[in-house]
Design a protein around this ligand. Structure first.
Ligand code: MRU
Length: 351
């Protein structure tokens, strides 16, 4: 099924079956892969077949429903224990994006709040909850787009890093949602997409989805952003995030911190877009965010080709943290939150 951007759905739940668009194969092949088991969903999240904070939250919720399909003959306490075990297992796939933990916790809390229902009904309610998380994410992206759309002015150059678009969510994306709505509103602007080493989410995914939508997009290597900024070609930066700490520090794809520092130096507004499910009031600040370290072959190889000497020592942190003072504003479904972020986040989400 195609969404309103004419892109294939990132995630599809249909008659108890779960399908993912395999993002590791984009843009060369569009492969929709059926998920058969809980373990396969864990692996798809780990390998980034499905990726992006909101999308892995939705995948986690559907993964749980899939994993519980064969368990409806258990009695209620055992079913609930199995639900908790599966949720903890899926949660272990990737540590940084809080949306995965958020969605799994929401599913477990839903089941516990349902009272003494027959297990078959519990299962149906959990399936409905996963569909609700998915539907809500679609709505949240649209609202983020509406809140941020006004930032996109005619003839602007907008830089984005990684992929926080349709592929990373249920439809319009977070960072890309304002761009999609501005484009639909007839505003002419240009996007620069950082390639985003090592896994090239910018080069493979952001360019692909913006190109499909007919948006003017130019790909640059990560180390070209400073030069373009110095030439006055970039007037605005918008990125997504995997977790916003209570003080407004934001974790996002490795390289985001560098872009934020550059934006600060060149006095370019730096916005971060996210739904409420990415805001984590339990994490006081960016230092408390667990940064995922991934395999060294992602750095020693470019695609399948080795580009570094054998035996080379490697670091591969997949995310970094941008301190709140470098963030001009957080574009959320409720509005744009500006400095002081800690106070204004609390105020906006106190309820
Ligand atoms: O490792 P990835 O590709 O899952 O990293 C994704 C990002 O860093 C995105 O910018 C973030 O999840 C926001 S997605 C709306």
């Amino acid at each position: 099924m195609l969404n309103s951007l004419n892109l294939p759905e990132t995630l599809t739940w249909k008659a108890g079956e779960f399908y993912l668009l395999d993002q590791t194969q984009l843009p060369l092949a569009t492969v929709i892969e059926k998920q058969e088991t809980l373990e396969q969903v864990w692996d798809s999240i780990k390998r980034l077949k499905v990726r992006g904070a909101p999308a892995i939250g939705v995948a986690g919720a559907y993964g749980l429903v899939l994993g519980l399909q064969g368990k409806t003959d258990l009695d209620r306490p055992r079913f609930l224990a199995e639900l908790e075990r599966q949720a903890a297992y899926l949660d272990s796939a990737r540590p940084t994006a809080v949306n995965l933990h958020w969605a799994l916790t929401r599913m477990v809390e839903k089941a516990n709040a349902l009272g003494d229902l027959p297990v078959a009904d519990l299962y149906s309610q959990l399936e409905a909850e996963a569909i609700q998380i998915h539907t809500e994410d679609r709505q949240l992206c649209r609202q983020i787009g509406e809140q941020g759309q006004g930032l996109i002015q005619p003839q602007m150059g907008v830089l984005t890093h990684c992929n926080a678009g349709s592929l990373a969510t249920s439809e319009l994306g977070t960072a890309l949602a304002p761009l999609y709505l501005a484009h639909q509103g007839g505003v002419p602007f240009k996007v620069y997409a950082d390639e985003t080493r090592p896994l090239l989410q910018g080069a493979r995914l952001t360019t692909w989805e913006l190109q499909q939508a007919g948006i003017d997009v130019t790909l640059i290597c990560d180390n070209m952003a400073a030069h373009l900024m110095s030439q006055g070609l970039i007037n605005l930066v918008i990125v997504g995030t995997d977790r916003v700490a209570a003080n407004g520090d934001v974790a996002n794809k490795i390289g985001t911190l560098g872009v934020a520092i550059l934006a600060h130096y060149f006095k370019i507004p730096f916005y971060v877009a996210c739904p409420y499910s990415t805001i984590d009031f339990h994490t006081p600040d960016g230092q408390a965010i667990v940064i995922e370290e991934r395999g060294e072959e992602e750095v020693t190889h470019f695609g399948l080709k080795r580009t570094a000497p054998e035996g080379m020592a490697v670091r591969n942190p997949a995310f970094d943290v941008t301190p709140h003072h470098l963030v001009t504003g957080l574009i959320t479904e409720r509005g744009i939150i500006r400095s002081p972020l800690a106070t204004n986040l609390q105020q906006m989400y106190a309820s």
